[in-house]
Write a protein of this length. Structure first.
Length: 119
């Protein structure tokens, strides 16, 4: 039921998707460590496959992630409003839900998603 309330709130909310999560631009011709693949950074542990910042549509494309979301956030992927929020991250959904999607729910889903094998 939280999805209906969450999505109703989304209709009233404007999220600058590109500007909100985009990193600051580096001067042309420079490379920062953040822009390198994890395999090229010296001594760095591989990043988890998914986090609370991963778009829902990316999670929905992985059967293992779908199983996690269906267990931890039932109804999220089958909500009629899915097309409206699929480009949002779990973090953005939680913020837009007005408290209907708790930090505990997101933390549990994130921990289970990070436990998935990297691919």
């Amino acid at each position: 039921m939280f999805l209906k309330q969450c999505c109703a709130g989304l209709l009233l909310m404007t999220l600058p998707a590109a500007a909100q999560d985009a990193p600051a631009s580096a001067p042309a011709g420079t490379t920062t460590t953040a822009s390198l693949p994890a395999s090229t950074t010296a001594g760095a542990a591989p990043a988890p496959a998914y986090s609370r910042d991963t778009p829902v549509e990316k999670l929905a494309s992985d059967p293992a992630a779908v199983a996690v979301l269906n267990k931890d956030l039932p109804g999220l992927l089958t909500a009629p409003e899915f097309a409206m929020f699929k480009s949002m991250s779990l973090k953005q959904l939680q913020q837009a839900s007005g408290g209907d999607l708790s930090e505990v729910d997101i933390a549990k889903a994130e921990a289970d998603l990070q436990a998935l094998p990297a691919h």
